[in-house]
Ligand binder design. Structure first.
Ligand code: DC
Length: 225
């Protein structure tokens, strides 16, 4: 049976996970949040006292990192780092910075590549990240590059963190996001960029519903499902 794969890439806070999750539910696909996997390696570095300036050291410890991804009955992804469910901890703002730092290391990207690709071999997937359409699933049936202005993205992320009772300020969220986009777009290996055959979607002036409906239509038009 033919398996479908949909790749969604884009900068932080573009709404990738919100829409990928909803589309997956609608289509009956497995949603793979690859950022969560990089965040788990970032958390490992953080917990092991590796300073952000010495982040290369994490490459030497990858033998001690075991990451497993599972799904609960509601289809929510859980990431286990060395046997503990870290799905909540990895959302803390300091872990975003660590995730971005570890993700620039070629050894880390190589370490996580097959884990990500295996999902697409087993399930119909909708996978989001930074290099899904360019590196992880270059033959994906549909590639979407999702973006929005930095103001819109920072505002959404700030509201998300407030809802989770994570203390921060809008200015902090915005400057972290600018720094992270810069870092993710300019690293040497698998930088964030739009695949040639990706559909570009800008949600700056669209509501949540409008964005979802547009994405759903793109899936229908391209895949007929
Ligand atoms: O999507 P996110 O914000 O949870 O991702 C956290 C970091 O992980 C992001 O700053 C860059 C990195 N990442 C990556 O390099 N490649 C991916 N496919 C997904 C995330």
């Amino acid at each position: 049976m033919k398996l479908f794969s949909i790749a969604i890439d884009g900068p932080a806070g573009a709404g990738k996970s919100t829409f990928a999750k909803r589309l997956a539910k609608d289509l009956g696909f497995v949603y793979v949040d690859t950022g969560a996997i990089y965040r788990s390696v970032g958390l490992f570095a953080f917990k092991n006292g590796i300073a952000i300036e010495d982040i290369e050291k994490v490459a030497e410890c990858l033998g001690d990192v075991k990451i497993e991804v599972s799904y609960d009955d509601g289809g929510t992804q859980h990431v286990m780092l060395n046997g503990s469910d870290v799905s909540k901890e990895i959302r803390l703002p300091e872990i975003s910075t660590y995730a971005s730092a570890v993700s620039a290391l070629p050894q880390v990207r190589e370490f996580l590549l097959n884990l990500q690709r295996d999902f697409a071999k087993r399930y119909n997937v909708i996978m989001d990240g930074r290099d899904i359409g360019t590196v992880v699933l270059p033959d994906a049936d549909l590639k979407i590059f999702l973006s929005a202005s930095i103001e819109a993205r920072a505002k959404r992320r700030y509201n998300e963190l407030l809802e989770k009772n994570i203390k921060t300020t809008f200015e902090e969220v915005e400057s972290d996001m600018v720094a992270r986009d810069e870092h993710d777009s300019h690293r040497a290996v698998a930088p964030l960029r739009q695949a040639k055959d990706a559909v570009f979607v800008d949600t700056t002036d669209l509501s949540l519903e409008e964005s979802f409906n547009l994405l759903r239509k793109i899936v229908k038009d391209k895949l007929g499902i």
